[in-house]
Design a protein around this ligand. Structure first.
Ligand code: TLP
Length: 346
């Protein structure tokens, strides 16, 4: 049976070119700093982000955790949006392993935190208070439907953080989607942040991996924390090789995923039982709600049985993500099945 998997862009498989590069990768022991392929990937990543250095990690979650561990001390406070992946979807690692307090403020629908609310959340000098040391933002913003933070907003947030002595980490798991959607070089989105992580294993289709980028001193300390977390990999060139191909060949095509997400949105708004959960579809993530006339579980099951997979966000909310393994025809197929599921469940 034909399966259209819209649960996430993480479901993408490595391309033929990636598999070949993995097979042929030159390797060494990366804990000794001797894997030439990993070294090449790290140099490429740092250059792309406009930073001095980069660190190859197993996942976006690991990159974010290492960033927080490196920027903070136990008992510090960090500022996050209530929709932040670090807050919602990373198993509380920053609290469990980093011992930090999380100060959560509301994300607006554009994935932003208002500058005013950030400023109010920064603790003053008072013996009772934890010290605020880090601001974390996300671009694109997953829970805000792939919303994009602009260079102007990012610079203002950075200026505010720095004025108060905070560091600024950007969870840029899908930063290339933001750069493509805005038509600006990725460095415009990263130039003012102290660290940025991005993923190879989402829309870029590599099987594994993420990179944490920052200045040399930061990355040196981050490397030690990666080792502490058990993330010192040996002949990791085998996976880094796919990452190099991903960065060389998979960035520009993300525009297609954005077009397909808009095609999906245009079709969904024509289905009476469905309400889009966002005003604009900027990138490859789309949220939608079901009218409460029938059960969300039945809807999901019916859809899965007809070959279309989407992600439940709880209640009557769902997420669909476009990627390299679905084309415009697959979107139309999915729309037909969604429309049929709504009709048959009434
Ligand atoms: N997001 C996954 C799930 O965890 C929800 C997805 O399918 O979207 N930052 C952001 C903004 C992310 O969306 C994700 C993954 C991560 C970090 C973590 O990356 P991994 O999965 O590599 O640990």
């Amino acid at each position: 049976m034909k399966i259209i998997d819209l649960r996430s862009d993480t479901v993408t498989h490595p391309t033929e070119a990636m598999r070949r590069a993995m097979f042929e990768a030159e390797v060494g022991d990366d804990v000794f700093g001797e894997d030439p392929t990993v070294n090449r990937l790290e140099v490429m990543a740092a250059q792309k982000m406009g930073k001095e250095a980069a660190l190859f990690t197993a996942s976006g979650t690991m990159s974010n955790l290492i960033a927080v561990l490196t920027h903070t001390n136990h008992g510090n406070e960090i500022i996050l949006g209530n929709g932040a992946h670090i807050f919602l979807n990373e198993v509380g690692g920053v609290a469990a392993l980093g011992g930090v307090v999380t100060c959560i403020i509301p994300n607006d629908t554009n994935g932003q935190l208002s500058l005013d609310s950030i400023e109010k959340a920064i603790r003053g000098k008072n013996i009772h208070y934890p010290v605020t040391t880090l601001l974390c933002l996300e671009n694109t913003h997953n829970r805000c439907g792939g919303a994009v933070l602009t260079p102007e907003y990012t610079s203002s947030a950075a200026q505010l953080a720095h004025q108060h002595g905070l560091k600024f980490h950007l969870d840029g798991a899908r930063i290339f989607n933001a750069s493509i959607a805005l038509g600006v070089p990725v460095t415009e989105l990263t130039k003012d942040v102290d660290s940025v992580s991005f993923c190879l294993s989402k829309g870029l289709s590599a099987p594994i991996g993420s990179l944490l980028c920052g200045n040399k001193e930061f990355i040196e300390r981050a490397r030690k924390r990666r080792k502490m977390l058990g993330g010192g990999m040996r002949q990791a060139g085998v996976i880094a090789a796919a990452g190099i191909v991903a960065m060389e060949t998979m960035i520009d095509r993300l525009a297609e995923d954005h077009t397909n997400a808009r095609r999906l949105a245009d079709g969904l708004v024509r289905i009476p039982d469905i309400r889009l959960g966002q005003e604009k579809v900027m990138t490859n993530i789309l949220m939608f709600d079901l009218a409460r006339t029938f059960s969300s579980i039945q809807f999901l099951n019916k859809l899965t049985a007809s070959g279309v997979k989407i992600l439940s966000l709880g209640g009557n909310s769902f997420r669909a993500v476009t990627h390299r393994m679905v084309n415009a025809g697959d979107i139309d197929f999915a729309l037909n099945k969604i429309e049929a599921a709504c009709r048959e469940l009434k």
